[in-house]
Design a protein around this ligand. Sequence first.
Ligand SMILES: [Zn+2]
Length: 363
Amino acid sequence: MRLIKAKIKSSFVFIGFFLFLINSLPLNAASVLAAWIITSDGVLKLRTSKDARLNAYYQGGYNNIGDRLWIDFPGELSNPRKLKGNGPIKEIRLGKPFEGNTRLVLEFDQKVSLDPTELKLLGKSPTMWELNLIGLNTVNLESFGEGDINRKSSNLNLTNSRNRFFPHKLNINSLPIVENGRFKIVIDPGHGGPDTGAIGLKGVKETDIVLDISKKVSEYLSARGVVVQLTRYKDVDLDLSERVIIANKSYANAFISIHANAVKGYRRDVSGIETYFYRGFNGENLANKIQTELIKIPGGSPDRGVRQSRFFVIKHTHMPAALVEVGFLTGRVDSRLLSQRSYRNEIAFGIAKGILKYLKETY
Ligand SMILES: [Zn+2]
């Protein structure tokens, strides 16, 4: 365990309230917040990418605003949001105060007043942080947060220096605009838990690749005001019929299942992207829109076309549905591409763009 000693870097006096900067050691790499939780005993825990540099601040309340504590992270948040707190915490806000940044704000109930000189943001490991909210009355506090705080570092770090994929900068502003809050989409990351799906070269697992891509698709769609439900958010086992039940209960506008392919006999020469539909003009159109975006990715995977198939999840879901095979984990080209985060981002961006184009055209 690595303990980073935090010190109070500076303090500023404003009219009627105080702003304290609780500074952690400056570290190199910059990235975004991965998960956070406030435990029922009043500890704020954060998981970030490795060696991020965080700054924590405390500001006393004024007028009818309670005391606030906030933490700034490098890397821009795609989906600003507010969450209702509980007990002594009135509200949590996640925003981007300025370009390229993420800010997590805790606003306390007006009765709460903490001593900021007691508060320290501690690095517990290269990815884990803790801030004990010393002095907080936790009697009515229930644990809440977002993301998986305990996730071990992923095994998706297979960046290959040969044949490296050079991404172009993804611009969220280039995604088609649809009516904010009008649409709902269910994204189904294939497999999970003991069902790893396909196992590719170097032991890459389909379940990990498709969950990562699905979460990113969700972020991109949320950035355009589309409500997204994933059939699974973690590495858990989920029956095919359960996925269908989730989808059919959701009254979503479309269902997209995300998979990665494999061929028997580890034929490394086979790579490419396929998108499947089962029925209907809308299903086929949805599949076409997604496939069209995916094969546009510069330096990406070959086009294996849009196909019709009776895959269980697209056959039994009631709304227009498509199943994307993002590439062959057994293929020389695809396994290298899919092991790179920047390429998985491109795939997620393409899927989101295809869905948005479909929604725009259909409604
Ligand atoms: Zn699969």
